[in-house]
Design a protein around this ligand. Structure first.
Ligand code: R1P
Length: 328
């Protein structure tokens, strides 16, 4: 930690940078692709416009944000690492840096439980969470009536990306190993987990580690519908209150404005790249990864750019890193 933080409730630096992503208002756009690895983020960023030069920030905690324009539309690409805690940091901290609506698409890798070749693309319309049950005694399974794993109700994607014919269910897991049914040296009591997930009433198609939490938080923000008033947050230093359109540039003068804005939504969807087949045990090759990430990255950028956000639900451009300044 290099800079002094204020406010234990929602830590930020004096210049309004959030604690873990290191961003401040004006550095992250309303439309966002989130990925797991910096190399995927950098590859997608090659499709951004050259003007203005994309802004790049890697935080001390390893989150990388690249913000620029795609065919003139402001977008950010954020690499968050792995797992739901990092998804939680990302959604909550970015929410405090953006006024208006947020469109988020996760472009992530997964393992497939359905019979598709590696390199396939799956668009999940919903996701269930599989969690390790800490009340189960893994060392002495006979001593408890608890199940070793718990499966939640589904969380639903926003309809802006998926289409009816592409409906599939993904399972989000807390571990790459135990709750994805992988066999390691630990007594994880998971040998029948994959079969259970493939059964008719669940019919899970992919396994990964972030989508459920993204869908769940997006729904939690607004119930998926406009109309929810943003509550006041009890911060001693006040939340970052970035400006919306027709307001002064981002900075001290904007800090008295409402956080995020009234009646805003977070719309979330995901695109899953099948890196591993849990049926054939096949794994994608590095050259297939490059081609697949490039093709889907361009597709996701295009989908984001083509999805409308009302002009009064866009973050102000003046003072942002995506502002196009006239050359003198
Ligand atoms: C595990 O290898 C990681 O890959 C998948 C999982 O969800 C987990 O984060 O996604 P990413 O490729 O986006 O990181």
């Amino acid at each position: 930690m290099k800079q002094t933080l204020t406010d234990a409730n929602f830590p930020r630096t004096a210049d309004h940078r959030v604690y873990h992503l290191g961003l401040r208002p004006g550095e992250v756009a309303n439309r966002i692709i989130t990925v797991g690895s910096p190399s995927r983020a950098n590859g997608i960023a090659t499709h951004l416009d050259t003007e203005p030069k994309p802004f790049v920030l890697t935080s001390e905690r390893g989150f990388t944000t690249i913000t620029g324009r795609f065919r003139g539309v402001p977008v950010s690409i954020v690499s968050i690492g792995m797992g739901f805690p990092n998804m939680d940091f990302f959604v909550r901290e970015v929410r405090e840096c953006i006024s208006g609506d947020m469109l988020i698409i996760r472009l992530g890798s997964c393992g497939a439980l359905v019979d598709v070749p590696v390199g396939s693309v799956v668009i999940p319309s919903s996701s269930v969470a599989i969690s390790r049950n800490y009340d189960f005694d893994f060392a002495n399974p006979a001593s408890t009536a608890e199940p070793p794993y718990r499966i939640s109700k589904p969380a639903i994607a926003d309809a802006f990306l998926h289409e009816e014919r592409r409906i599939s269910l993904t399972a989000f897991t807390y571990s790459f190993y135990s709750s994805q049914g992988r066999q390691t040296s630990f007594p994880d009591r998971n040998t029948d987990l994959i079969e259970h997930l493939r059964e008719g009433n669940l019919n899970v198609s992919t396994l990964e580690m972030e989508t459920f939490h993204l869908y769940h938080l997006a729904k939690c923000w607004s119930g998926g519908q406009p109309g929810r008033a943003v509550p006041a947050i009890p911060l001693t230093t006040g939340p970052v209150r970035p400006a919306t359109s027709k307001t002064p540039p981002v900075g001290e003068a904007t800090l008295e404005r409402p956080l995020a804005g009234k009646d805003t939504v977070i719309r979330a969807a995901a695109v899953h790249l099948v890196y591993a087949s849990r049926l054939s045990q096949g794994f994608i090759t590095p050259s297939e990864v490059n081609a697949l990430e490039d093709w889907t990255g361009l597709g996701v950028l295009t989908a984001l750019a083509n999805t409308e956000i009302p002009s009064d639900k866009l973050h102000v451009e003046t003072g942002s890193v995506w502002e196009i300044k006239e050359k003198i």
